[in-house]
Design a protein around this ligand. Structure first.
Ligand code: PLP
Length: 483
């Protein structure tokens, strides 16, 4: 299929300068505060899908991403993707499964539910699926534009390590990652701090994750500092990440269906709504997805919305620390993109809703807008700590399979929505090795650690400790870049 258009992107709040893929990937957020969306959703036909059944993951990624990244030369994109989605990157030294598929599937509940494995990448969580691509993409765009990027971020665990493993050794990119001193697990600390690459800088601040995030915000709002030091971010609203996540919905569909046009349902453990948003986009492109099940934990802002039409963000006092910590969010940063489609891409309505959100901490959709939500196929469920522990134990006893607490959130929700004759794909988002204490609680045994991580806690660590102070972090960055 030849592509006869140049894809441009517009903001959910109205800005439309005809920006291309490479531009918006570097920008992140639009200048009007909105999120970038493709002007149209490219359409995929039943015939395309059948033609793609024999493709490797990298080849399929090329077929999907070329529809969005029309400003990148096709041969370049193809070579880049072949370098990213490689079996040796997505097996963690493990054997016994067909990791050449990158995202293999397995059955539970007698085949009623299929698990799509998204955590076989370098940091054992699904964020690698898109972040590894972002690393290669940044390197390419920066070289082409003869510029550099200094990524500044704050992490309480998963995002920081995924970013560091994606950017390590990349030309033109440095990572300055802030983490709260002493508040991550020993495994998470070792995962990040054991990296020796000269372009990775770990900064442990004496404070909480919120303190670390406030420092990042303060640096990003200082336009002078940002411009002088080429400061950028890699957060989950970046369109490159969303577009790369669309690929595995297609791969999962191709893997579990037998008939052309066969409809499947998909369940996604959700936090910032980035993962499931990619499923919505796949559906809009023509992938036969029926229901999209949003799974939340006790932090149920999304479950409440899909059940009531009221979106009410939480303050930090009402954001709970749970046993599926990567879903502990108070507001879902990618949600605006979905609502943009629900309100018929009316940027004025989005500005109105997000003004209400800023002023009153929430908004309610109208009855006709809620009809669109129901039409969209989204439903939701929430789990408690006890639900996750029981799910982990039960899946282990019945299937001999250990799942992590986020994946257990998903399975718990998926089981409530299984329909006769429709396959349910439930997305795995992390490996159990990352959450050993919860696994121990559920089954009384520790999960297997992939060979690439055995003994990681004993490796030498590289980290600079400093006070939770904007000035100290700015000084560290400027002195590092001068040296
Ligand atoms: C980030 C993350 C999630 C949540 O994904 P969103 O895209 O933020 O909805 C779920 N599980 C794990 C393990 C994660 O790292």
């Amino acid at each position: 299929m030849a592509i006869k258009y140049a894809m441009t992107y517009q903001s959910t709040r109205g800005e439309d300068e005809g920006a291309g893929y490479s531009d918006i990937v570097l920008k992140g957020l639009a200048a009007d505060g909105g999120l970038f969306m493709p002007r149209i959703y490219p359409q995929v036909t039943k015939t395309d899908l059948e033609d793609w059944r024999h493709l490797s993951y990298a080849e399929l990624a090329f077929e999907i991403l070329r529809l969005f990244a029309t400003d990148i030369e096709e041969d370049t994109l193809k070579t880049m993707l072949a370098g990213v989605y490689r079996e040796d990157v997505y097996n963690n030294g493990r054997t016994g499964e067909d990791f050449s598929k990158i995202t293999p599937t397995r059955s539970i509940d007698g085949g009623k539910i299929r698990i799509l494995e998204l955590s076989n990448g370098p940091t054992l969580a699904f964020k690698d699926m898109a972040m590894q691509y972002l690393g290669a993409l940044f390197e390419y765009i920066l070289e082409k534009r003869n510029t550099e990027l200094n990524i500044l971020g704050a992490t309480s665990g998963d995002t920081g390590s995924a970013a560091e493993y994606a950017m390590r050794g990349r030309k033109g990119v440095r990572v300055f990652m802030l983490s709260p001193e002493g508040r991550m697990s020993a495994f998470q600390r070792a995962q990040m701090y054991s990296l020796k690459d000269p372009n990775i800088f770990n900064i442990a601040v004496k404070g909480s994750f919120d303190d670390a995030q406030d420092i990042v915000k303060a640096c990003s709002q200082d336009a002078g500092f940002k411009a002088t030091y080429n400061i950028g971010t890699v957060n989950s609203i970046n369109w490159a990440r969303v577009s790369a996540q669309v690929v595995y919905y297609f791969k999962g569909w191709l893997e579990v269906t037998e008939k052309p046009g066969e409809v499947i349902d998909v369940t996604v453990p959700s936090g910032n709504f980035g993962n499931i948003l990619a499923g919505w986009i796949a559906k809009q492109m023509g992938l036969p997805i029926g229901r999209l099940v949003v799974a939340t934990n006790e932090n149920d802002v999304l479950d409440e919305f899909f059940k009531t039409g009221v979106y009410r963000v939480r303050d930090s006092e009402h954001t709970f620390v749970t046993s599926s910590p990567s879903m502990d969010i108070s507001k879902a940063s990618n949600f605006e993109r979905y609502i943009y489609d629900i309100v018929g891409r009316n940027a004025g309505r989005i500005r109105e809703l997000w003004t209400q959100l800023a002023l009153k901490g929430g908004f309610a959709l109208t009855e006709s807008e809620m009809a669109q939500v129901r039409e969209s196929g989204f439903v939701s469920a929430k789990s408690t700590h006890a639900d996750r522990i029981n799910t982990i134990r039960e899946v282990f006893e019945k299937e001999g399979l250990i799942v992590d607490p986020h994946t257990a959130d998903g399975i718990f929700a998926a089981r409530q929505y299984v329909r006769a004759g429709v396959k349910m794909l439930s997305l795995e988002t992390a490996l159990p090795a990352k959450f050993a204490a919860t696994i121990q609680e559920a089954i009384g045994a520790a999960p297997e650690v992939p060979s690439s991580y055995v003994g990681i806690e004993n490796r030498e660590q590289h980290v600079t400790v400093m006070p939770a102070d904007v000035g100290a972090v700015k000084k560290f960055i400027s002195e590092t870049l001068k040296a």
